[in-house]
Design a protein around this ligand. Structure first.
Ligand code: FCB
Length: 435
């Protein structure tokens, strides 16, 4: 007797109707010339490398071109951020021209039918704010709230989803615990204070936005990792994994109260294995390089199953979820094609299993300034030649466009998960059959 084929084997992996498909960027990484920001000051004065964001992608001037590209690539949503320092270059002095500029930017997205997700704070601060103690200062949340109360009434007609703060945990970790980003501090108590102030800032911003826009949808973009015990028989590793999940992934919601999050924005990049080896009393993360597993150009493990794991973990909150960032640093675009399909496939499975995922924002639309790593890591669906500012869509952008067009992953696209195939030729073939 023939064994029947599993019925989903050749079916399209269908996403929910109205799913948001887009890409994410942040102002400092793409706009260029953000000279009133603390990062700019740091580039000029402190940091040890020869690193300058300079004109970045010049998106301050080229936003229309970039949004047209996103439109051509079928995106129906876009995530971007405001540069606080442009809008408030001196304390309590707001620059109306810059507010009007952002109004234009957001309006041009809305005019083309995009759903707009706007981040109010994405790592960078005005230089004056940093001088006053930055996020260490008890007054920081109020300063942020004043900015929020100024911009929200001006921009509210063009925004669908608000992100108050991008990755509070990463901001705290990089700037105040390991000290590789401004203000380059290495102090646990300071880190705790900063995290606490960021939580206070989120709560104030949440309240302010809701007072100004009663039916607003407000959340944060939280950098979440999947964790696993290296030795499952080891109870202390399992307990370590539990603690890491609480501290890294859930703590901010506990500090702010889940009722101040209308949705969960998740940025997923990292999988970590925790190990207690016999020579040390302390746990450590397994160095993925020793495993020779697939990693990005930044050495971050490619682990699609991890996004399924975090989605299941977060589905317990019973809130709408958006993947607010997920992407790969790679100069080899075939790898980005595999990355995209395999992570989206896991998101599909998470949705089937009950996670209420409403959208996916790939990091990033275009190559950009990757903080302390400069312009080397290439995260873009679209390549940028930083000397000429020429944009060239990579094949991965077309694979994504194809997925968006069908609101899901057609079975034939799964072929592109293979290695050593000519992606462009296969893609052409797939698109030809499509018409
Ligand atoms: C995230 C940041 C984003 C970008 C990506 C690669 O942590 O939010 O700005 O740098 O990583």
């Amino acid at each position: 007797m023939d064994t029947p084929e599993p019925k989903h084997d050749h079916a399209q992996l269908e996403f929910p109707q109205g799913f948001l498909w887009g890409a994410a960027t942040s102002s400092y990484q793409v706009e260029g010339n953000n000279m009133y920001s603390d990062w700019w000051q740091w580039e000029v004065n402190h940091q040890p490398f020869d690193l300058r964001s300079g004109q970045a992608c010049d998106q301050y001037n080229r936003y229309a071109e970039d949004f047209a590209l996103a439109k051509d690539l079928n995106h129906n949503a876009h995530r971007l951020s405001l540069e606080w320092a442009r809008i408030e270059p001196e304390e309590d002095q707001f620059n109306q021209n810059e507010i009007d500029h952002y109004k234009q930017v957001l309006k041009s997205l809305k005019d083309q039918g995009f759903t707009v997700m706007l981040t109010l704070h994405h790592f960078t601060n005005p230089a004056w704010f940093a001088k006053k103690g930055g996020w260490e200062s008890f007054g920081a949340p109020k300063r942020f709230e004043r900015f929020v109360k100024k911009v929200v009434p001006e921009l509210k007609d063009y925004v669908d989803l608000w992100i108050t703060i991008n990755e509070p945990g990463v901001l705290m970790f990089q700037g105040y615990l390991i000290g590789v980003w401004p203000p380059q501090k290495k102090s646990f108590p300071t880190g705790i204070r900063v995290y606490w102030n960021l939580a206070r800032a989120h709560k104030k911003a949440y309240k302010a936005i809701h007072q100004l826009v009663p039916n607003a949808k407000v959340g944060i973009a939280n950098n979440v990792s999947s964790f696993d015990a290296f030795h499952h028989h080891s109870l202390r590793e399992e307990i370590g994994v539990w603690a890491l999940d609480i501290i890294n992934n859930h703590l901010f919601y506990q500090m702010t109260g889940i009722q101040t999050h209308d949705f969960l924005g998740l940025n997923y990049y990292f999988n970590q294995y925790l190990s207690f080896n016999t020579h040390s009393r302390f746990p450590s993360f397994v160095d993925i390089a020793t495993t020779k597993k697939d990693t990005s150009d930044l050495g971050w493990e490619v682990y699609p199953e991890g996004i399924f794991d975090v989605l299941m973990d977060f589905s317990d909150y019973h809130k709408p979820i958006y993947i607010t960032e997920n992407g790969l640093a790679s100069t080899n675009d075939d790898r980005r094609v595999r990355f995209l399909i395999s992570y989206l496939k896991e998101i599909y499975h998470a949705i089937q299993t009950g996670a209420d995922v409403r959208g996916y924002f790939h990091w990033s639309l275009i190559d950009n300034f990757e903080w302390a790593d400069g312009f080397v890591p290439r995260f873009g669906l679209v390549e940028v030649d930083f000397a000429t500012q020429k944009r060239t869509p990579r094949p991965s952008s077309k694979v994504y466009a194809e997925i968006i067009k069908h609101n899901g992953i057609e079975h034939k696209l799964l072929k592109l998960l293979g290695h050593g195939i000519d992606v462009e030729a296969e893609l052409k073939d797939i698109m030809k059959k499509d018409h």
